[in-house]
Design a binder for this molecule. Structure first.
Ligand code: PLP
Length: 296
């Protein structure tokens, strides 16, 4: 047992050659060791995809939706299709390696590997995690930032890969640094034509009366697994759920705003562009309790 664990996939995709034809599907290796080539396209070009899967009390959450999204991101980048059975097995082995803890996560990464080699790189890294209590209870301060793309960029420019979970998160991280410069914690991106999109690592969820809403599909944003589960949570409580194109004014007028994602779960927005907002502590706590026990 350990605080972190790493599984290297020998054959991340059944459509590509394994690294070693005689070796099993994956091997648990020293997470502190050096395992990836300096020439891996994931490193030299930021080409590749990932998923981050919450683990609660030793149980991976929403594993199947994460695996499905992993496969659809791979298709968007024209990577060899991940062998989901091998990945599932590797993820469960990593989870079983971790010391018992209330919260952990497993990150899966798939890249094309070294250019010209034809063997993709794949690994699943797991580690314990903590420290989200304040974001989940007190809430977060958020600024609205222009992403510089129209809301329909996914249709007009699919090569931007918006909506796929790619390794190219430097822009998302730069946006969070800009938020910090402005005295905030996180960001909600707007399209250049003025619609609410998503956070750099989260989905926007709002409550408006008896509705739970999230920015529409087809907006070149990631299809969130946490948001999907929170729709089920809302429906059980009699809320109607759906997708909405929201302007910043409509966002401000909502009763509640959360940024929701695996690992941090539901973080209520307590300040938007410097303006304080009330947080529904009880409803948010219920959401976070529900997320801790999401199904696999
Ligand atoms: N949007 C972006 C850009 C993300 O990176 C993430 C998660 O990392 C999400 C939304 C939320 O996705 P999920 O709820 O599946 O973690």
């Amino acid at each position: 047992m350990a605080r972190s664990a790493l599984a290297l996939l020998n054959r991340p995709s059944a459509a590509a050659a394994p690294h070693d034809p005689d070796a099993p599907a994956f091997a648990l290796v020293d997470p502190a060791g050096a395992h990836i080539s300096a020439l891996d396209l994931g490193i030299t070009r930021g080409e590749g995809i990932f998923e981050t899967i919450s683990v609660a009390e030793g149980r991976p959450l929403a594993l199947e939706p994460h695996l499905r999204r992993f496969a659809s991101s791979a298709a968007a980048l024209e990577l060899p299709a991940p062998d989901l059975d091998a990945w599932r097995e590797a993820i469960l082995a990593v989870v079983a390696e971790l010391d018992p803890s209330p919260e952990a996560y497993v990150k899966t990464v798939l890249t094309p590997g070294v250019e010209g080699d034809g063997r993709p790189t794949g690994y699943a890294y797991g580690t314990q995690v903590s420290g989200f209590e304040e974001a989940r209870t007190t809430g977060i301060r958020v600024v609205l930032l222009d992403r510089g793309l129209r809301h329909d960029a996914g249709k007009t420019s699919p090569w931007l890969l918006a909506g796929a979970k790619t390794l190219s998160y430097a822009v998302n991280r730069a946006a969070v640094r800009e938020a910090k410069r402005r005295g905030a914690d996180d960001v909600i991106f707007l399209s250049s034509d003025g619609y609410v999109l998503e956070g750099p690592t989260s989905t926007v969820l709002v409550r408006r009366g008896r509705e739970l809403l999230t920015p529409g599909v087809g907006l070149a944003i990631l299809d969130g697994t946490t948001q999907a589960d929170l729709f089920a949570f809302g429906e059980r409580r009699g809320y109607s759920t759906g997708f909405a194109l929201l302007t910043p004014d409509e966002l401000v007028a909502c009763d509640d705003i959360w940024l929701v994602s695996s690992v941090r779960n539901a973080a209520p927005v307590r300040e938007l562009d410097g303006v304080a907002r009330a947080v529904d502590a009880e409803f948010t706590a219920e959401m976070n309790r529900f997320l801790h026990t999401r199904s696999e």
